[in-house]
Ligand binder design. Structure first.
Ligand SMILES: Cc1ncc(COP(=O)(O)O)c(C=O)c1O
Length: 379
């Protein structure tokens, strides 16, 4: 079928994500924070990082936060702190950003994939039970697009097997599940501060949060060359630290996070209303007891590629997170999976499309995007 030509007046282009509005609003605060660090010349492992660790762990209602260089490092170090070594199996969803898998691979461990639920896009608990083996040494639950995974049954499975449950909370900081924030729902959680995340640095950064004092102590060693005390290394470690400038900027942004989160939720509600009865379009759901933070606003459409092209012709950006599930990535060809192995993930990977979403997105832009989606759907 050929796509119709957009009739919505394509004036200004609408990007899927942008940060310029945020910087315009808080630039003065950010610059003052950077200046404070430069004046102190304490650039690594100083007061700002320590303060952010306290503030962010409190935000997640956990006892400890350990700043690291990226969300990927946060996963790698969290896995190693949970004693994952070469040859161990780690169960992860197949529909996620590749970093969830490559963190497992970086330790020589083997990712074992599980399918996802077609509606929430998060781990399908029944499939987790099917895929788990005696060699599975940890489970990573990803909270995709800003919605928590169904953590209660996953906690039960992990407890039955006495293995840790790790949250990949790169995309859902501030989200909650049955009244508790992500980051506090498993044994340990990784967070990414990649600039496009809901809490983004001015570069790379990450953090691990946990209630375990033992994991906290091991992580402080692991991020700093395995040094348990100065110049005394007790195990192989990394150089993975969150620098002071990033920490100071993140402290500024953390003060705005809840207000930005509310703005995302308001934007999602506007989309939801405008797209509610559009044929062939499914909008994201927030199950009862969950708070979605809409890192992405992801719709589903069985003519997704044509829809994406139609939007692009109308100067509207959109992105597919993610078009190829991990089990079909060339990276994991050696694991021998084939199309059909994870039917839900494969099905939704052909239908999902993330529309423009950020706190400063205007009502006018939301209306234009929704009108374009509706025009396409009715064609
Ligand atoms: C689900 C998920 N896990 C891990 C990461 C890795 O984080 P980073 O880019 O900070 O290394 C990201 C983000 O990029 C992500 O979206």
């Amino acid at each position: 079928m050929t796509s119709p030509v957009p009739s919505i007046a394509a004036t200004e282009s609408i990007s899927q994500f942008e940060l310029s509005g945020q910087y315009a609003a808080i630039g003065a605060e950010v610059r003052a924070a950077v200046e404070r660090v430069l004046a102190s010349q304490q650039l690594v492992l100083g007061q700002e990082g320590a303060a952010l660790e306290k503030e962010l762990s409190a935000f997640c209602s956990v006892a400890h936060g350990i700043g690291v260089a990226s969300g990927t490092d946060a996963l790698i170090l969290a896995l190693r702190a949970c004693s994952i070594y070469a040859g161990d199996e780690v169960l992860i969803p197949t529909l996620t950003f590749v970093a969830t898998g490559s963190a497992v691979s970086a330790l020589g461990a083997k990712p074992v994939f599980a399918d996802v639920d077609r509606v929430t896009l998060n781990l399908d608990v029944a499939d987790v039970r099917r895929r788990i083996t005696a060699k599975t040494k940890a489970i990573i639950a990803v909270h995709l697009h800003g919605l928590a995974a169904d953590m209660d049954p996953l906690r039960e499975i992990a407890a039955e097997r006495r293995i840790p449950l790790i949250e990949d909370n790169a995309q859902a900081i501030g989200a909650s599940y049955k009244g508790r924030r992500t980051g506090s729902l498993g044994d340990i959680a990784s967070i990414s501060f990649y600039p496009t995340k809901n809490l983004g640095a001015a570069g790379d950064g990450g953090m691990i949060v946990t209630n375990s004092a033992d994991l906290d102590a091991r992580l402080r060693t692991l991020r700093n060359h395995g040094q348990a005390s100065r110049y005394i290394s007790t195990e192989p470690g990394w150089n993975s630290r969150l620098d002071e400038i990033q920490a100071a900027i993140l402290r500024v942004k953390l003060r705005h996070l809840v207000e930005w989160q509310k703005a995302r939720q308001v934007n999602a509600a506007k989309y939801g209303k405008l797209l509610a009865n559009v044929p062939g379009i499914s909008t994201p759901i927030t199950p009862a007891g969950y708070e979605h933070v809409f890192h992405q606003y992801t719709i589903r459409c069985n003519r997704r590629d044509a829809l994406q092209k139609f939007l692009a012709d109308g100067k509207i950006g959109s992105t597919i997170y993610y078009p190829v599930p991990l089990h079909l990535q060339p990276l994991y060809a050696s694991l021998g999976h084939k199309p059909g192995d994870f039917p839900n993930a494969e099905h939704v990977a052909g239908e999902i499309l993330s529309l423009p979403m950020y706190p400063e997105l205007t009502e006018e832009k939301i209306s234009r995007v929704a009108a374009a989606v509706a025009e396409f759907a009715q064609s």
